[in-house]
Design a protein around this ligand. Structure first.
Ligand SMILES: Cc1cc2nc3c(=O)[nH]c(=O)nc-3n(C[C@H](O)[C@H](O)[C@H](O)COP(=O)(O)OP(=O)(O)OC[C@H]3O[C@@H](n4cnc5c(N)ncnc54)[C@H](O)[C@@H]3O)c2cc1C
Length: 320
């Protein structure tokens, strides 16, 4: 191994690390035996999970007192770098992750590699980035001294527990952040959801423009519910205002890798497929036999979603 030391920004959420954080920790430990997690909030309570997923140390920025994480977390990481820089700092692609990356880049005067979906050691860290709607992959690496700041997309790696012991927790002081820290979170809104999270569901049922109108999305929601899955969408119907952006699968939406992905009335544009082509089994329902989605489907139904989905719903209900 040529990589000595990797730090991973591990975002806390509801008393655990986010799934993307665990994916990054799991992959980091395949690249280095020296992996530190950096978190905030009630970090000390996550020492067991950090060890379980391969970290050797947990840096805890502590309670942020309502601050937007980007400012204090970037300041704390920059201070840690001052007393010993890692080869790379891996950060999840999330709103806070991107904010931390940008601020850290300014503090360390180091560039950031974003939209990373692959990372390996080839005499130094090499990143992979999908381009042209996911049809090509570009490889990149940092030159010059100092830690590489790498922002990684969700579902790029698999989160795997190695059952390590709880790690030691080291405080990571924020220091003086001046006026940059004056923005405070005064309220937060959790979007209501009944089933599993789109990114974590084992079954995803997605609808596209072929549904015809917004009200027909109810067919997608009902099918997803009966399959204990999550409803997704193409960008066409997000842009049309039929469903919120949080449902979008694809290049500018979420990446999903469920066991079963059912694409209903979705043509299969490369920008959509890049977000779901890693699914284990792809089912497509489309009335056009030449729709590109059939090229990657394991099982295709050439038919009208308004006939196929009600029949599927009826069959699922009959099945109990
Ligand atoms: C920079 C960029 C980023 C993008 N990011 C994304 C992204 O993240 N996610 C994304 O999804 N798209 C993205 N897009 C848009 C993408 O290029 C497509 O426009 C979009 O995916 C098309 O959505 P769709 O398949 O629902 O609609 P369409 O392409 O219009 O396809 C509708 C399909 O429904 C079928 N159909 C019609 N009626 C029926 C029926 N009754 N029964 C069955 N089938 C029927 C048609 O045969 C057709 O194949 C992006 C585009 C750009 C330029």
């Amino acid at each position: 191994m040529t990589v000595n030391n990797i730090w991973v920004v591990t975002e806390p959420a509801d008393g655990t690390f986010t799934t993307t954080s665990l994916e990054l920790l799991s992959h980091a430990r395949t690249l280095s035996s020296n992996v530190a997690a950096i978190t905030w909030g009630s970090g000390a309570t996550l020492a067991a999970q950090a060890g379980e997923y391969g970290a050797t140390t947990l840096y805890d920025v502590g309670d942020l007192a309502g601050a937007v994480p980007g400012v204090p977390v970037a300041a704390a990481i920059a201070a840690l770098v001052g007393s010993g820089a890692p080869d790379a700092i891996l950060i999840p692609t999330s709103y806070d992750g991107r904010d931390i990356a940008g601020r850290l880049s300014a503090r360390l005067d180091r560039p950031v590699l974003t939209n990373v979906t692959g990372l390996h050691d080839d005499g130094g860290l090499v990143t992979e980035h999908p381009v042209f709607g996911g049809t090509q992959t570009v490889k990149a690496h940092f030159t010059g001294a100092g830690p590489g700041i790498i922002v990684v997309r969700a579902k790029s790696f698999v989160a795997e527990s190695v059952g390590g012991a709880p790690v030691s927790v080291v405080g990571a002081p924020v220091g003086d952040t001046g006026a940059t820290d004056s923005a405070k979170i005064v309220t937060s809104h959790v979007e209501e959801r009944t089933g599993p999270k789109l990114e974590e569901a084992t079954v995803v049922v997605s609808g596209g423009r072929g549904l015809g109108e917004a009200s027909q999305y109810a067919l997608i929601e009902e099918t997803a519910k009966l399959l204990h899955g999550a409803p997704g969408a193409s960008r066409a119907i997000v842009d049309a205002g039929w469903v919120p952006y949080s449902h979008q699968v694809g290049q500018t939406g979420k990446t999903v890798k469920p066991t079963v992905y059912i694409a209903c009335g979705i043509s299969g544009a490369t920008q959509h497929m890049v977000g779901m082509k890693g699914s284990k089994n792809i089912v497509a329902i489309n009335k056009d036999p030449d729709a590109p989605i059939f090229q990657i489907a394991d099982f295709g139904v050439v038919g009208d979603v308004h006939k196929v989905l009600p029949a599927l719903i009826e069959a699922l209900k009959a099945h109990g």
